[in-house]
Design a protein. Structure first.
Length: 116
């Protein structure tokens, strides 16, 4: 979901491309569940950065280290998704993805104080 609650095509393309590039760069082919979890990370990242990018840009003029803040938020997102992995041992559903996306985005907003 973008700033207005829309799933923007550009966010979806970015998440898909980042996931494929990540999988291709791995020495050992990732398991399907690893790819699904990585996709959640990439998709939530694109949503969050779209929502908060303008705010972070404004703050960077005030001596705010935007690059470092983005690195820290990315690490927090990856840790959140790793801790709440998609369920294994059964076929995944769209509800599983919705729950994972909503939970990760909510955590990222809470951690960053953006609470959109």
């Amino acid at each position: 979901m973008g700033p207005r609650g829309d799933v923007l095509d550009s966010e979806m393309r970015e998440a898909n491309a980042a996931t494929v590039l990540w999988a291709l760069s791995e020495e050992i082919a990732p398991a399907p569940l690893e790819m699904a979890n990585r996709w959640v990370v990439e998709y939530v990242w694109q949503m969050w950065i779209t929502e908060t990018g303008p705010t972070m840009q404004l703050r960077s003029g005030e001596g705010f280290d935007r690059v470092r803040a983005e690195q820290e938020m990315r690490a927090a997102l990856e840790a959140t998704v790793a801790a709440r992995e998609l369920p294994s041992g059964r076929p995944l559903t769209s509800a599983d993805f919705t729950s994972a996306i909503d939970g990760a985005l909510s955590s990222l907003r809470r951690i960053s104080g953006t609470g959109a």
